[in-house]
Design a binder for this molecule. Structure first.
Ligand SMILES: Nc1nc2c(c(=O)[nH]1)N[C@@H](CN(C=O)c1ccc(C(=O)N[C@@H](CCC(=O)O)C(=O)O)cc1)CN2
Length: 288
């Protein structure tokens, strides 16, 4: 048995086609959406993700605003870049690329973002709105995971979902999203304190692996026919990127998202969905 491929590239392309048409309509109505990024330092991974985000902007007609700071940037310099984007009318929304260098406080940076411009949905107000069930900008990777499952007709309502990883960009918010009435899943959130990870994954209809531990999920940890979403990335000894899911899982699972080529492209796509939705809300507020 070989699993169905939950293809993030095809899915991303579909989203971009839809977004490009929506951006055209916004521009015709006088709204010109812009995505901002704040990048601190020269981590090759972060640089490449930011470059990719701006390349995506060009594909769908969204303007790009970049604020790149040196690795030894001070808190004051970072705050100034954030304040600058908060005040810039050309910037519909923006992100601070994570992780920041260790001397900078990530939570303080996220809290300084104007919640109405928080394109990542990681500001405490947006996360709080999500907890309260209010309308909020939603975090991009969890949105991408849910979209991918729906796109490939994987049943979510009533499903037992085991999430591995409790990070703020994926693990914690995906639990909140999947337990909304609209998704209605039963979620178990596992982490380094989980006693028997294999027991938790074996009883899952859907596994979302976001631990960042290469090949953590082995075939004997997966129920036959289950869906496995591979979100985590780490670097192997040869320096190459490795996902959380062992390749042999494809022989046991019913559906697997490849990594690369699964959730990653959707993280980028949903950033632009958030920007376009924000611009559409501005248009609606004008009463057009
Ligand atoms: N402010 C944020 N920082 C970070 C986030 C985030 O959502 N907001 N997530 C990650 C990095 N990230 C986006 O920023 C991201 C990671 C991976 C991909 C992606 O498309 N990966 C490709 C493979 C890329 C490669 O080969 O190098 C894939 O999965 O196919 C996009 C975005 C941490 N920081």
């Amino acid at each position: 048995m070989s699993a169905t491929r939950l293809d993030g590239i095809i899915t991303r392309d579909e989203i971009f086609t839809d977004l490009a048409a929506r951006v055209e309509k916004l521009k015709a109505a006088g709204i010109d959406p812009g995505l901002g990024t704040v990048l601190v330092g020269d981590d090759p991974g972060s640089r490449s993700y930011v470059k990719g985000k701006h390349a995506d902007c060009a594909k769908i007609g969204v303007n790009s605003i970049r604020r790149d700071l040196p690795v030894d940037a001070t808190t004051e310099q970072l705050n100034a870049a954030i304040d600058d984007l908060n005040a810039d009318p050309a910037c519909t929304g923006y992100i601070v690329q994570l992780p920041l260098p260790r001397h900078l406080d990530e939570n303080a940076a996220l809290e300084r973002i104007d919640p109405d411009k928080d394109a990542d949905g990681l500001h405490p107000i947006n996360l709080g709105r999500l907890v309260l069930g209010e309308a909020a900008t939603l975090p991009c990777t969890p949105r991408g995971v849910i979209h991918l499952l729906r796109r490939f007709d994987i049943p979510i309502d009533g499903a037992r979902v085991t999430v591995i990883g409790r990070g703020v960009t994926i693990g914690r918010p995906i639990g909140l999203l999947l337990t909304r009435r609209s998704e209605n899943a039963t979620v178990t959130l596992c982490h380094t304190g989980t006693r028997d990870l294999a027991a938790e994954t074996r009883r899952a209809d859907i596994i979302v692996a976001a631990a960042g531990v290469g090949h953590l999920i082995k075939p004997d940890m997966v129920a036959p026919g289950a869906t496995v979403v591979d979100v985590g990335v780490s670097r192997g000894q040869d320096g190459k990127l490795v996902g959380d899911v062992h390749p042999a899982v494809w022989e046991v699972a019913g559906a697997v998202s490849p990594n690369p080529g699964g959730v990653g492209p959707l993280t980028r796509a949903f950033l632009l969905v958030n920007i376009v939705e924000r611009a559409e809300a501005q248009l609606a507020a004008r009463g057009v």
